[in-house]
Design a protein around this ligand. Sequence first.
Ligand SMILES: [Zn+2]
Length: 303
Amino acid sequence: MKALKNYLMILMAGAALAADAKLNVVATTTDFGALAQAVGGDLVNVTVLAKATEDPHFVDAKPSYIVKLNRADVLIEGGAELEGGWLPPLLDGSRNPKLAAGQPGHIAISEGLAMLEVPAELDRSKGDLHAKGNPHFMTDPESARHAAKRIADGFMAVDPGHKDAFGKNLQTWLTLLDAKLLAWQKQLAPYAGRRIAAFHNSWPYFARRFGVKMDLFLEPKPGIPPSPAQLASVLEAMKRERIKVIIIEPYQSKHMASSVAQQTGATVLDFAQYPGGVKGTEGDYLALLDKLVTTLAAALAAK
Ligand SMILES: [Zn+2]
């Protein structure tokens, strides 16, 4: 009898835990992780696979990621082949039906977004990494608005009991975003039309939002290392147009960017697409954009 009572108590404790259990959320990159945390609050446990300092196209896929995916209730990915080189085999290995394509637990942020640079025909020989259009859409805060809404919709579908809380968290975050976006546009308005060089073509969405041009790259094609011919043509354009800034991300060659900068009098600026990729922005998408806009405005203002 005592044994039965103990057994029932354990069962009840288990049931209570299930009712309170947090959603297990896995995000591919820290931008989606930050948004998932903002929308989910204390109702979610968020795990991010790629490090903020890792190239999203070439993430070091560890076996432990399969276990994380196996235990997840929700997966958030960019899609449009951003994670195409490493996520599909992990997802297959995880054998988690909740994360199957089309399930509410599988949130692909690129769905419903108008992509830039979609090639007229699929041809992997040119710019193989962006074969379905440019997947770096999260550099535009308006894409982050879309992402936060999609994440909230997904959480509500998977955990309808907490619909109100997710909705409230979403509204709070969108209000913060609206205020910030106005401030950022004001900060960069004086530099409309200015051209900025970059290592990889990660910034067309940011450029479109803020009215600058970021269309000169050290890489001849996305994922193809800079060639001497490409560097020579970038050098020439930078001198001719007096381009002042080259931006690089944590996993790109600062040495190469610095050598170009030295020959042209430009500044190398540490940029990142992912919260935590530059200091002081860990887990906070708005803090990251703040940092990018502020440092870019300062670099463009300098004589
Ligand atoms: Zn890319």
